[in-house]
Design a protein around this ligand. Structure first.
Ligand SMILES: [Zn+2]
Length: 159
Protein backbone atom coordinates (compact mmCIF):
# COMPACT_ATOMS: atom_id res chain seq x y z
CA UNK A 1 0.00 0.00 0.00
CA UNK A 2 1.42 3.38 -0.93
CA UNK A 3 1.88 6.05 1.78
CA UNK A 4 -0.95 8.24 0.46
CA UNK A 5 -3.46 5.37 0.65
CA UNK A 6 -2.27 4.57 4.18
CA UNK A 7 -2.66 8.23 5.19
CA UNK A 8 -6.17 8.39 3.68
CA UNK A 9 -7.18 5.14 5.39
CA UNK A 10 -5.93 6.46 8.73
CA UNK A 11 -7.83 9.73 8.20
CA UNK A 12 -11.01 7.67 7.62
CA UNK A 13 -10.37 5.63 10.79
CA UNK A 14 -9.74 8.80 12.78
CA UNK A 15 -13.07 10.27 11.54
CA UNK A 16 -14.80 7.06 12.70
CA UNK A 17 -13.05 7.21 16.10
CA UNK A 18 -14.06 10.86 16.52
CA UNK A 19 -17.68 10.03 15.65
CA UNK A 20 -17.61 7.22 18.25
CA UNK A 21 -16.17 9.67 20.77
CA UNK A 22 -19.09 12.09 20.12
CA UNK A 23 -21.61 9.24 20.47
CA UNK A 24 -20.10 8.16 23.81
CA UNK A 25 -20.09 11.77 25.03
CA UNK A 26 -23.83 12.03 24.19
CA UNK A 27 -24.52 8.70 25.93
CA UNK A 28 -22.81 9.97 29.09
CA UNK A 29 -25.31 12.85 29.27
CA UNK A 30 -28.31 10.48 29.47
CA UNK A 31 -29.57 9.14 32.79
CA UNK A 32 -28.75 5.45 33.00
CA UNK A 33 -28.35 2.78 35.65
CA UNK A 34 -24.89 2.22 37.20
CA UNK A 35 -24.19 -0.93 35.15
CA UNK A 36 -24.87 0.87 31.86
CA UNK A 37 -22.85 3.87 33.07
CA UNK A 38 -19.90 1.56 33.79
CA UNK A 39 -20.26 0.01 30.31
CA UNK A 40 -20.30 3.47 28.71
CA UNK A 41 -17.16 4.45 30.68
CA UNK A 42 -15.44 1.27 29.47
CA UNK A 43 -16.35 2.05 25.84
CA UNK A 44 -15.12 5.62 26.33
CA UNK A 45 -11.71 4.27 27.39
CA UNK A 46 -11.58 1.96 24.40
CA UNK A 47 -12.48 4.80 22.03
CA UNK A 48 -9.68 6.91 23.55
CA UNK A 49 -7.20 4.05 23.00
CA UNK A 50 -8.47 3.73 19.43
CA UNK A 51 -7.91 7.46 18.77
CA UNK A 52 -4.43 7.41 20.31
CA UNK A 53 -3.40 4.38 18.26
CA UNK A 54 -4.55 6.03 15.04
CA UNK A 55 -2.71 9.25 15.89
CA UNK A 56 0.46 7.29 16.66
CA UNK A 57 0.18 5.44 13.35
CA UNK A 58 -0.38 8.71 11.53
CA UNK A 59 2.83 10.06 13.10
CA UNK A 60 4.75 7.00 11.90
CA UNK A 61 3.36 7.39 8.38
CA UNK A 62 4.39 11.07 8.31
CA UNK A 63 7.91 10.09 9.43
CA UNK A 64 8.10 7.52 6.64
CA UNK A 65 6.89 10.08 4.09
CA UNK A 66 9.65 12.46 5.24
CA UNK A 67 12.20 9.67 4.95
CA UNK A 68 11.00 8.80 1.44
CA UNK A 69 11.22 12.45 0.37
CA UNK A 70 14.74 12.65 1.83
CA UNK A 71 15.82 9.48 0.01
CA UNK A 72 14.33 10.75 -3.25
CA UNK A 73 16.30 14.00 -2.90
CA UNK A 74 19.50 12.05 -2.15
CA UNK A 75 18.82 9.78 -5.10
CA UNK A 76 18.35 12.75 -7.46
CA UNK A 77 21.62 14.28 -6.21
CA UNK A 78 23.53 11.02 -6.67
CA UNK A 79 22.12 10.59 -10.17
CA UNK A 80 23.24 14.11 -11.09
CA UNK A 81 26.73 13.43 -9.68
CA UNK A 82 26.88 10.14 -11.54
CA UNK A 83 25.98 11.87 -14.82
CA UNK A 84 28.68 14.52 -14.25
CA UNK A 85 31.32 11.89 -13.43
CA UNK A 86 30.34 9.71 -16.39
CA UNK A 87 30.67 12.66 -18.76
CA UNK A 88 34.05 13.60 -17.28
CA UNK A 89 35.26 9.99 -17.61
CA UNK A 90 34.06 9.83 -21.24
CA UNK A 91 35.80 13.12 -22.03
CA UNK A 92 38.99 11.88 -20.34
CA UNK A 93 38.79 8.65 -22.33
CA UNK A 94 38.38 10.69 -25.51
CA UNK A 95 41.57 12.60 -24.72
CA UNK A 96 43.43 9.36 -23.94
CA UNK A 97 42.25 7.79 -27.22
CA UNK A 98 43.35 10.92 -29.07
CA UNK A 99 46.79 10.83 -27.40
CA UNK A 100 47.39 7.27 -28.57
CA UNK A 101 47.16 8.44 -32.19
CA UNK A 102 50.19 10.75 -31.89
CA UNK A 103 53.84 9.83 -31.56
CA UNK A 104 57.04 11.82 -31.31
CA UNK A 105 59.25 12.25 -34.36
CA UNK A 106 62.72 13.68 -34.59
CA UNK A 107 62.99 16.38 -37.29
CA UNK A 108 66.48 17.81 -37.50
CA UNK A 109 67.25 19.01 -33.98
CA UNK A 110 63.58 19.30 -33.00
CA UNK A 111 61.10 16.79 -31.72
CA UNK A 112 57.58 17.17 -33.06
CA UNK A 113 54.43 15.06 -32.97
CA UNK A 114 53.01 13.18 -35.93
CA UNK A 115 49.59 11.71 -36.28
CA UNK A 116 49.20 8.04 -37.04
CA UNK A 117 48.72 7.58 -40.78
CA UNK A 118 49.82 11.09 -41.81
CA UNK A 119 53.46 11.38 -40.78
CA UNK A 120 54.09 14.41 -43.00
CA UNK A 121 52.10 16.85 -40.86
CA UNK A 122 53.78 17.99 -37.64
CA UNK A 123 52.11 19.06 -34.40
CA UNK A 124 53.28 21.01 -31.37
CA UNK A 125 54.23 18.62 -28.52
CA UNK A 126 54.04 21.39 -25.95
CA UNK A 127 50.43 22.37 -26.76
CA UNK A 128 49.48 18.71 -26.94
CA UNK A 129 50.85 18.19 -23.44
CA UNK A 130 49.43 21.30 -21.81
CA UNK A 131 46.19 21.97 -23.71
CA UNK A 132 45.28 18.49 -25.01
CA UNK A 133 45.17 20.04 -28.48
CA UNK A 134 46.97 18.93 -31.62
CA UNK A 135 48.02 22.22 -33.18
CA UNK A 136 49.59 21.89 -36.66
CA UNK A 137 53.00 23.55 -36.94
CA UNK A 138 53.53 26.19 -39.63
CA UNK A 139 56.58 26.04 -41.85
CA UNK A 140 58.87 29.07 -41.60
CA UNK A 141 59.21 31.41 -44.58
CA UNK A 142 61.78 33.79 -45.96
CA UNK A 143 64.69 34.75 -43.73
CA UNK A 144 63.16 32.94 -40.76
CA UNK A 145 64.17 29.64 -42.37
CA UNK A 146 67.69 30.20 -41.09
CA UNK A 147 66.44 30.44 -37.51
CA UNK A 148 63.83 27.68 -37.37
CA UNK A 149 61.93 25.26 -39.61
CA UNK A 150 58.55 25.25 -37.90
CA UNK A 151 56.56 27.50 -35.61
CA UNK A 152 53.52 26.76 -33.40
CA UNK A 153 50.72 29.32 -33.89
CA UNK A 154 49.36 28.33 -30.47
CA UNK A 155 52.33 28.84 -28.10
CA UNK A 156 54.75 30.47 -30.60
CA UNK A 157 57.39 27.83 -29.94
CA UNK A 158 59.84 27.27 -32.79
CA UNK A 159 61.31 24.01 -34.03
ZN1 LIG B 1 52.38 25.00 -29.23
Amino acid sequence: MDPLTVANTLAGLLATANALFDTVRDLKKSKVDPITAAAIAKVEGQVNDFQETILRLRGLVLEQQDRIAQLQAENAQLRAENTTLSRAAAARQGVEDQRKMYTEKRVGRATVLVREGSEDSYYCPSCFETKDKAIPLQGSTGGMRRLYSYRCPGCRATF
